[in-house]
Design a protein around this ligand. Structure first.
Ligand code: SF4
Length: 393
């Protein structure tokens, strides 16, 4: 059942590798060819995660997640493909959907995914992230419609618990914030950081309350990441009171195979971690080798879902477009069917759209022929008000 990691460090902290030359399996030729890629898009991994790679397989999916690819240098995509910066409402805070605000609390991850949609944050001239959340907290306090706060970056769990806890504590003190989310790939990249930290357990026990939970938004891309260590880390989080769910982009060469994706979704469901979103890979600069056409990706997603139980197939396949999360619902011989799952403008919240198919499309913007659309008329939504008034205790 478990994938065994070859990691010999046991419970120890894995050593981080920040230079291609520290990866013994790469030849001098590889290093020379990949150096310009790692100069443009930061490289970082760690010994534990490296131990999951099968170096005899040049197409190994785990390798693809963290080892640069020369095709990243192809001119394709934009650095901020979902225009996140345009939803920035203060230093380190984004607010796109009524109920949810994002606090960008750091710009470091335990390894860097080559296909990251936030790779701009890791560049020297970017200052969207701040460790000082004063401005963000003030904004959240002034916006009672914000019931969910997502701590993200970067990876909040790379921070020591002593640095993370005061952030959680201050967000928890805001009455109208019910759910605190932590977006993290630490359970995949470095699960030892989780289960060796009793203060982390205490933090979840203290702040993930019966009516105000902390959700850990985990990020497993491939079933081979679900090692014994990773499962232990997930179990630790759940036993500490966190609700854990998973979201993953569909990445070419990693999980763009119905068998692989269904194994990932099924195993997550066995562990008790519902698959939440499968994202279509964003057209971020450097992401050409990792993406695939939308219609192809949708077919893979649907074939994967067909191989799963109801609990394994709860994920939705969505695009994080600048106008909102657009779910790809289905295909017919001529058309493709979309629906907004979340919309930046309330009036789009129920919008259903039918477009003529385009097998070459990599993003929503590549669909030009609208066949039909429908919006449920809701007066409140039209007035840009939240759908429900909720009196928080
Ligand atoms: S863990 Fe998330 S933020 Fe970090 S590199 Fe991967 S996708 Fe980007």
């Amino acid at each position: 059942m478990f994938h065994k990691s070859q990691y010999k460090g046991g419970d120890m902290k894995p050593k981080y590798l920040t230079k291609l030359g520290q990866v013994p399996q790469l030849s001098q030729e590889d290093i020379k060819a990949l150096a310009p890629v790692s100069e443009q898009f930061i490289f970082r991994t760690n010994e534990y995660y490296q131990s999951l790679i099968d170096w005899d397989d040049p197409n190994d999916p785990i390798r693809k997640i963290v080892v640069p690819d020369v095709s990243e240098l192809n001119e394709w995509g934009r650095l901020d493909a979902s225009d996140e910066e345009s939803y920035t409402v203060g230093h380190g805070i984004e607010h796109k959907y009524d109920s949810t605000a994002l606090l960008l609390v750091n710009e470091v991850c335990a390894a860097y995914c080559r296909f990251c949609f936030r790779k701009r944050l890791f560049m020297d001239d970017n200052d969207e992230v701040t460790k000082d959340i004063t401005e963000g907290l003030a904004y959240i306090r002034e916006h009672p419609e914000i019931s969910n706060v997502l701590l993200t970056g970067g990876d909040p769990l790379i921070m020591s618990t002593s640095k993370l806890e005061p952030i959680i504590q201050q967000v928890r003190e805001i009455d109208h914030v019910r759910i605190i989310r932590i977006g993290t790939k630490i359970p995949a990249f470095n699960p030892m950081r989780i289960y060796n930290d009793d203060s982390l357990r205490a933090m979840f026990e203290k702040y993930s309350l019966p009516e105000k939970r902390i959700y850990v938004m985990a990020h497993f891309n491939h079933p081979r990441e679900l090692t014994q260590e990773a499962v232990r880390g997930l179990d630790f989080l759940m036993k500490s009171g966190a609700v854990v769910i998973n979201q993953t982009p569909m990445i070419a060469g990693v999980n763009d195979d119905p068998q692989v994706l269904s194994e990932l979704m099924n195993r997550l469901s066995y562990i008790g971690v519902p698959p939440y979103y499968v994202f279509h890979c964003r057209p971020t600069l450097g992401n050409r080798p990792y993406t695939l056409p939308i219609e192809k990706a949708y077919e893979i997603f649907e074939l994967a879902r067909m191989r799963g139980s109801g609990l394994a197939k709860r994920a939705r396949f969505v695009m994080s477009h600048s106008t909102g999360k657009i779910e790809i619902i289905g295909l017919s011989a001529r058309n493709i069917y979309f629906k907004y799952q979340r919309a930046a403008e309330n009036r789009n919240s129920s919008r259903f759209m039918v477009y003529k198919r385009n097998p070459e499309a990599f993003w929503f913007d590549d669909y030009n022929e609208l066949v039909d659309d429908y919006i449920l008329e809701d007066e409140r939504a039209m007035r840009q008000e939240p759908a429900f008034d909720f009196e928080y205790a």
